[in-house]
Design a protein around this ligand. Sequence first.
Ligand code: MLT
Length: 273
Amino acid sequence: MREFYVNGATLRADVLGEGIPLVLVHGFPFDHRMWLPLYETAMRDPCGNPFQWILPDLRGMGTSEIQPGAEVSTMADFADDIAAILDQLSVDKCIFGGLSMGGYVGWEFWARHANRMKALIVSDTNANADTPDGAKKRWETAERVLREGTGFLADSMAGNLLAPENNRSDSPAFGIYNSMVRENNPVGVACAARGMTQRRAFSDSLGEVAVPSLVVGGLYDKLSTPEYLTALAEALPQAIFTVIPQSGHLAPLENPEDYWNCIKVLDNDIIYR
Ligand code: MLT
């Protein structure tokens, strides 16, 4: 893992390979490990890997620290952290990919650093703000995580996030899911949960996101359904939409082979034309 000192904390990211910078941002309450099966799939591809993979752990999550006394990590904070990491890597433009909360960070990265975005991949996400009821539940989740740790989240979320065939203890996706959630830092997780309550809606701005875009979602995603993601892709001016079979909300973790085939399409479209 590479280290980056940003805004009062040491952040870490896996930086792998050489090529077109591809930043992939994890969801909540995960870390960069959710992308490693995809990276390993790419490494086995006889056609090769055209990317420099930049897989950050967001502030306070995974191996990244959080500044002392932090209470909220906003999506804008996360987006600015990634811009700072790119600065320290001397990377100007990237393909920016984000899953779920990582997608919320993607909208903010587009709003704040559009000149650095070569293309956008949004997976299993939405462009909405929280409802008042949803925000209240997140604040309660944050308080409970601080009291009890993250174990209850691993138990309560699996059925909603993983496709039925992956929600079993002998599934590799389940093993990674379980480790990421259980090992996460309760302070960072609470700050991210609170930060999501403060996110703004991008639903009315999607028509302005004028970069090649890929919208990807798991066939069994209950949170960002294929129907919702179809409409999201239609609202983006330059988007391709792909459904990933055998997966729920965590498509690149649950079915890295099909997810990699999607990324290769984007790669051909925007890099080699
Ligand atoms: C995620 O996977 O990042 C979460 O489902 C996002 C959310 O809770 O809105």
